[in-house]
Ligand binder design. Sequence first.
Ligand SMILES: [Zn+2]
Length: 441
Amino acid sequence: MNQAWLEELREFIAIPSVSADPAHVDDVRRAAEWVRDFVKRVGGEAELVRYGERDLVIGDIPANANGAGAPTILIYGHFDVQPPAPLELWETPPFELAERDGWYYARGIADDKGQLFTLLKAAELLRKENALPVNLRVACDGEEEIGGHSIVDFLRDDERGADACIIFDGGMTRPEQPEFALATRGLVAFRMKVRTGERDMHSGYYGGAALNAIHVLMQGLSAVIARDGLLPDQLRVGREPLSQVEVDSLKGLPPGWEMLDEAGATPLDPKAEHDFYDRTWAEPSLDVNGIHGGKPEFVNTTLVVAAEARFTIRLAPGQDPDTIATAAERLIRQAVPEGAEVEIERENSAPPGVFSPDSQAIQLGLEAFKRATGVRPLLVRVGGTLPIYPALAEKGIPTIGTGFALRESNVHSPNERLRVDDVDRAVAAATELYRGLAALG
Ligand SMILES: [Zn+2]
């Protein structure tokens, strides 16, 4: 990488913009200002916009080629980072950009400051040559890592819309094979509380006659967890199976057994390895995330009267959060014994996001990436939940969600890293995307 760029990136990385830690509020703002100032330096306009609790950076970098009809491309990235703890596991300090063995190391280098930097750098390079053929609208947030929704609210309220959006905040399953994410799963989170009496009882006096809250919890949850690998049909309503292009992409990805094996996971059922991508991309899943009841740490014979659990459902593309959440509640209520006090509280939720593989933006994007990297990206889905995707989908803004992080990039872990070559590759890809999307009509 060019030495001058490296110094800029080093400066951006050095700001410890940890959104989860109140002690770093000022640093998150400094990172926002860094992005704002970069946009201004490039010849654009930008400002910090308070939306909810934190600042967004909203700006415009006008096209200087292609005339008045230039399309508007939204670019999104986040300038906050995960906390670096545990510090002792870092080989070099997390906020000092270090280079070793073909990798850059630093918190945020892959997720997402390093990648955001490449989108901005490409804009600068084209502007300098008087060759930026699209209007870029910059929309960045500093609360992605803490689940903030200001950016989603902003996009929903912004009447101007855009012709397409580019997000570099993802990665590649295989090192030399870029991917575009066409869909993300949604999420509904629940807290379930059970009470069956005023105080815990002696199981010798009451066991067999009084209701145990842990049993109620288990009966309720049993009604919604997967059997033979799949959730009950009521929770699978609306899901969109993989499209042919997505099925074709599977040939370019590691087999399911490898994905599970590498994570040290135990397959859910005999079909899970074969159906790995179907399960994580096109099926809903439910995980109990924590359960509380009784005193398992002590030898005891208590009949327990209070228990609780938290669980989340990942919604398949096509599913509606309300429909599925209501169905889950109903299944649980039908399964628990009468008389138990069962509270099911719905916490946060986010819909799935789905984009059409046939949109002109995606097609132009695929060709642009091929020109820049020599490889046509695979069209895939993401099993995780990214609320910005459904927000953009709802606005009808086709989105190229991609990136250069690798599975070995240690995202959210110590020694986060990005390959040195991929920084140049990302700048080249962004440049070609801006050029290619100029043809949007
Ligand atoms: Zn990220």
